[in-house]
Design a protein around this ligand. Structure first.
Ligand SMILES: Cc1cc2nc3c(=O)[nH]c(=O)nc-3n(C[C@H](O)[C@H](O)[C@H](O)COP(=O)(O)O)c2cc1C
Length: 164
């Protein structure tokens, strides 16, 4: 069941000792498995041992997924940064766009005078700049199949179908 209110949620969290870089493959695999079913798209950024994730989709489904993600022991101190109704998606082609390159946001950090990436401390203005940079960030050719979870919408059923 899902309502029709398209919503976008941002949260910040910190990787725990249960997280290792190898785990990212498992997390992205779960994204590929679950997010299309929930009609959820988004972006996951990891930097400086922090996660910064955007989930967008029907409000109820975003709630369901966020509740599940919060309970994941691979991260802690999960803090909601923003959750609001929106008119359109930022990451509509992605079940979960994974970006790990700090270079993607390095310029913004420099402009805002921040030394190291810390999603707990970013204000709304910086958050929007970051999202724009992460949205435009091309993925390297070498990124694995799991990273590239690009999806296309079916015009008829609005069901997401994997391209790869
Ligand atoms: C930072 C982080 C982000 C995650 N994002 C997602 C996500 O977008 N979708 C998802 O299904 N699981 C995500 N997970 C994994 C979930 O917490 C959970 O392990 C997974 O959904 C279980 O999938 P299953 O119910 O199919 O076994 C994330 C985990 C972490 C630590």
């Amino acid at each position: 069941m899902s309502d029709s209110y398209l919503s976008r949620l941002y949260y910040a969290s910190t990787a725990t000792e249960k997280y290792s870089p190898l785990e990212m493959g498992n997390i992205l695999e779960a994204c590929r498995r679950n997010n299309p079913v929930l009609n959820i798209t988004g972006m996951l950024f990891m930097g400086n041992n922090f996660f910064f994730q955007c989930l967008e989709g029907p409000r109820e489904n975003v709630n369901i997924l966020y509740k599940k993600i919060r309970q994941d022991e691979r991260h802690s101190n999960v803090q909601l940064l923003e959750f609001k109704e929106v008119g359109s998606r930022y990451f509509e082609d992605w079940a979960m766009k994974y970006v790990s390159s700090a270079a993607a946001i390095g310029k913004i950090l420099k402009e805002t005078g921040v030394q190291n990436f810390n999603p707990y401390l970013i204000d709304n203005y910086t958050l929007n700049l970051m999202i724009a940079a992460l949205r435009d960030q091309p993925l390297p050719e070498s990124s694995s199949k799991v990273d590239r979870v690009k999806q296309k919408k079916s015009a008829l059923f609005r069901v997401f179908k994997p391209v790869y």
